[in-house]
Design a protein around this ligand. Structure first.
Ligand code: GDP
Ligand code: MN
Length: 389
């Protein structure tokens, strides 16, 4: 689960990580009032959406008067923001953050994440902040410094000093950085964050360190011990189909291709995507309908897949262990009755009651192709989807 910048900055403040003073607004009028409340001569207006790259997309604006704040906020709130991370549809903006501007001397990059390879918390920092860190990593990897936190010893002051001096900071600034790093590690552990990114972490003209931007990903697997997360969730920023799938306990992720895939079990679903790719096709989604699948959930899954208008063919791959293949067949037929299935469907059923399931499909007037094994099914669905992409 992702947080908005203003939510992340509130969390930062709670962990004594310095952030600029700011007020959120839902309307242009509120934005003007927020500017007056903040006082000062100039203001930053920042569109709140779950994406980076807002600066280059008109989502970060410096305003000289409260009237300009109002105008910039009105513009941001009137249309989705399209950045290089969002895709052409963009993301809706229903809130802006008004902040006091900061005089920047240097823009640093700082992030904390879980390194799966070492199974430790990893801190990453660079002097090349404000930019796309992937590009820095590709072109000048020597500009990125990392440190890993030993889980039993914890973060060590000498590690922070080493990182600070590598970033070219002064003694006082290194001490500020050390406090921020300790706070960040504490935040990641207490809040069950999987990623915290500050880009840029600035050194101001007076030599202070400040988090000018804030990105936090929370580990959804830990949601059960953070009841307050529900109030921070913004469904308007999530993929609509993925949110609907979650309501039905379906594990669904939108992909770029045109072949809808309905599979039980995450491992089998991954293998199915690989095989479709191997045959030259492009999957439109990952979908694990789960182990205890019922006919209703299969019908829901079908509706979900069909609501994506990129889908030109569907591959059903079910291995009946706990789940009964005849019930899967019922689900497919019920979906066909409820919404109609306008695209060709290739079905591979194996395991418990597969023969009965296939017989039910054959007896119906639904146009389905059945395949005996997975490779054959993948080959067939790629063919009916129009061949290799
Ligand atoms: P992002 O583009 O979505 O990552 O949004 P950021 O919050 O990182 O803002 C983008 C850029 O705007 C930053 O890298 C800064 O260069 C600039 N910026 C943001 N806030 C301020 C500010 O208070 N003062 C100044 N001078 N520049 C700012
Ligand atoms: Mn940023």
């Amino acid at each position: 689960m992702n947080l908005h910048e203003y939510q992340a900055k509130r969390l930062f403040a709670g962990y004594r990580i310095p952030v600029p003073l700011g007020i959120t607004a839902d309307t242009a009028e509120q934005a003007r009032k927020a500017a007056q409340e903040l006082g000062g001569q100039r203001w930053m207006v920042k569109a709140q959406a779950h994406t980076g790259g807002r600066g280059k997309a008109g989502g970060v604006v410096l305003a000289d008067t409260p009237a300009q704040v109002q105008q910039a906020a009105g513009q941001m709130l009137s249309a989705p923001i399209v950045t290089r991370q969002t895709g052409p549809a963009g993301l809706p903006v229903s809130c802006v953050l008004i902040e006091e501007p900061c005089a920047i001397a240097t823009e640093l990059y700082l992030s904390v994440l879980i390194d799966r390879e070492t199974q430790r918390i990893l801190l990453m920092a660079s002097q090349a902040g404000g930019m796309n860190i992937e590009e820095v990593a590709a072109a000048t990897p020597e500009q990125i410094f990392t440190l890993t936190v030993d889980p039993s010893a914890g973060l060590q002051p000498y590690q922070c000093r080493r990182l600070g001096f590598a970033l070219g900071l002064t003694g006082t600034q290194v001490r500020s950085l050390q406090k921020i790093l300790f706070s960040l590690v504490e935040l990641v552990q207490s809040e069950d964050a999987s990623l915290v990114e500050i880009n840029p972490l600035i050194v101001t003209e007076t030599g202070d360190l400040l988090a000018l931007d804030a990105k936090i990903n929370l580990d959804s697997n830990a949601a059960y011990r953070h009841k307050d997360w529900q109030t921070m969730r913004d469904i308007s920023q999530e993929d609509a189909r993925e949110a609907r799938a979650a309501e039905h306990d379906l594990n669904y992720i939108t992909l770029d291709g045109n072949i809808g895939c309905m599979v039980n079990g995450a491992g089998l679903a991954m293998a199915t995507l690989d095989l479709v790719r191997l045959q030259g096709g492009a999957p439109a989604n990952f979908l694990d309908v789960g182990g205890g699948t019922t006919a209703e959930r299969v019908a829901e899954a079908f509706k979900l897949i069909l609501s994506d208008d990129k889908v030109v063919a569907i591959l059903v791959n079910i291995f009946g262990g706990i789940v009964r293949c005849d019930l899967i067949a019922d689900g497919i037929l019920s979906a066909a009755q409820q919404v109609g299935i306008p695209v060709p469907v290739v079905v591979r059923l194996a395991g418990t009651r597969a023969t009965e399931g296939l017989a039910r499909l054959a007896a119906s007037d639904l146009q389905v192709t059945t395949a005996a094994d997975l490779t054959e099914a993948a080959r067939q669905v790629v063919a009916v989807a129009g061949g290799k992409v």
